[in-house]
Ligand binder design. Structure first.
Ligand SMILES: [Zn+2]
Length: 89
């Protein structure tokens, strides 16, 4: 049974490269790939940039300011035009 660990991916936003393998002498595995521009600082900046690009109020679209409900038509009584009783004619 070989303790095969699943490969660790770079945590840089949008990066799908494998992270640098841990040092054979020990130590924690780096969380980023071997790209020099992928590190904690650039990843942090990238997250901020992506967050700035994202529309505000994401995931909170249920509340409307105008209070106008455009989901469906307002509740109307189901009146069928078939209430004419009596067939005197
Ligand atoms: Zn990367």
């Amino acid at each position: 049974m070989s303790a095969a660990r699943e490969p660790k991916l770079c945590i840089y936003p949008g990066c799908e490269r494998l992270a640098v393998p841990p040092h054979p002498l020990g130590g924690p595995q780096p969380a980023f790939c071997d790209r020099e521009d992928h590190n904690a600082l650039t990843a942090h900046r990238e997250r901020l940039r992506l967050a700035a690009l994202a529309p505000p109020g994401h995931g909170d679209e249920l509340t409307t300011q105008s209070g106008e409900w455009t989901g469906h038509s307002p509740d109307r009584p189901t009146i069928d035009s078939d209430t004419t009783e009596g067939d005197d004619g």
